[in-house]
Design a protein around this ligand. Sequence first.
Ligand code: SF4
Ligand code: SF4
Ligand code: SF4
Length: 280
Amino acid sequence: MSKKNTSAKSEKLNVGVYGITGCAGCQLSLIFNEDEILDVVNLVNLKAFPFIKEVNIDEQFDCVILEGLVADKGDLETVKKLRKNTKMLVSLGACACTGCVPAYRHFTLKENYEHLLYKKMEEIEDVDPTPIDEHVQVDYYIPGCPPDKKEIITFIKSVAKGIVPRPYQSPVCVECRRNGNTCLLDSGKPCLGPITTGGCDSVCINGGFECWGCRGPTKDMNLDLMIKMLRDRGFDDKFIQDRMRTFVGLKLPMLEKVMKPGEKPDKLQTQFYGEKIYYG
Ligand code: SF4
Ligand code: SF4
Ligand code: SF4
């Protein structure tokens, strides 16, 4: 987490919410806090918000909350400029934190996605889709697709008081068990809860769906055991790889090597949640 601090507690923080390539679902999550959104607007000096206030990336901020991933050259320029103009940069949502589904294209053939690129819009200059921390330092991560609306509001309220909240770090299974759910792995479903960072109140499992890993891998995940559990339940390696890569493929660069017998994965893997993750 950043050592950079916010401005004096007595002053309102200058906060900006921005979006680069994404679906705006993360920003909507913030707005969906109907009962509290006005409190937040009064608590901080909200200088930019695409749906509410004019967006000017040349402003100076204490905190910028950024949705989306870098998918074209314009995104990259915006990210660099915002980084320069803010004391604290927050990645909001899975696209910003891990690359999410758009980054899955790194793991599929060009012919599978080529037809989806915006060829006719000259101002969009396509680049390989990547999360924000591939380009600039990120100080805080609010993961999820979409992120939990309460988590966003709690974050803003906390930083307004000069406190940076501790990110939730336990796997989804902890909340899932606490919620009294029957384990989906036990009924043969490919749930990624054991290796996924919780904080979503196991919302998918509560509704009967397995966890797809949208909040990103836990720092101390046991990837080998997860793969073994899925293999034991009859899932083949192609399925396991595809499922694990759907939301966080770029954050699991070791996956292919881990799955091949005899291959030794590199120790140093990737940066996530502002830290380097090591395998094994
Ligand atoms: S993380 Fe999900 S909700 Fe947020 S912009 Fe990406 S696809 Fe949309
Ligand atoms: S259903 Fe998934 S998240 Fe819940 S305990 Fe089982 S593996 Fe963990
Ligand atoms: S249960 Fe898994 S897929 Fe669902 S919101 Fe939580 S982390 Fe994301």
